[in-house]
Write a protein that binds this ligand. Structure first.
Ligand code: IMP
Ligand code: MG
Length: 179
């Protein structure tokens, strides 16, 4: 294990189980719908690519990119779309894919914008949730698992753009960011 990682919070095997469980439920819930899986870059990539391969439905994918964090570990509260989607949302049932829900500000902002764009419905799946940190009125429809109020990295999640490639979710050692 990388020395910057305090401990593993969600192992590779647990991630597999989460993706299988969520994929099965989403398959059931979206039967007969026109599903668009919409990932929030960059944190979503590993989760989303594994999740969609567990969804047994014809579906479309797209991505958008928003910035809400600088290089620190606290949300700034300011959210900006830095890459928008390419397609028209009319007629789609959208499933937003997020790596982690923290204050909820990012998803609150994104889902408010998407609501004005004509989608049939908007649902949210997040791999990780820190429910006690919530500030904005956002409740995810599907959650992989809750994590404690610690900074976590891996499987797409970064600290200062690093550690996304770890195959598990790890708790980042405070030594890395408390300097
Ligand atoms: P929110 O707007 O406060 O809900 O922040 C959500 C975004 O902050 C997530 O999409 C992540 O990119 C980032 N974030 C929040 N907590 C963590 C963490 O523990 N590790 C890595 N990124 C995090
Ligand atoms: Mg993110």
């Amino acid at each position: 294990m990388l020395k910057d990682i305090e401990k593993v919070l969600v192992s590779e095997d647990e991630l597999k189980e989460i993706n299988a469980r969520l994929g099965k439920r989403i398959t059931e819930d979206f039967k007969g719908k026109n599903l668009l899986v919409l990932g929030i870059l960059k944190g979503c990539v590993f989760f989303m690519t594994d999740l969609v391969r567990n969804i047994e439905l014809p579906l479309s994918i797209d991505f958008m990119s928003v910035s809400s964090y600088g290089s620190g570990t606290e949300s700034t509260g300011r959210v900006k779309i830095t890459k928008d989607i390419d397609i028209d949302l009319n007629g789609y049932d959208v499933l937003l894919v997020e790596d982690i829900l923290d204050s909820g500000r990012t998803l609150n902002y994104v889902s408010d914008i998407l609501k004005t764009r004509g989608a049939n419905s908007i649902k949210i799946v997040t791999l990780l949730d820190k429910p006690e940190r919530r500030v904005a009125p956002i409740t995810p429809d599907y959650v992989g698992c809750d994590v404690p109020d610690e900074f976590v990295v891996g499987y797409g999640l970064d600290y200062d753009q690093k550690y996304r490639n770890l195959p598990y979710i790890g708790q980042l050692s405070r030594k890395v960011y408390e300097k």
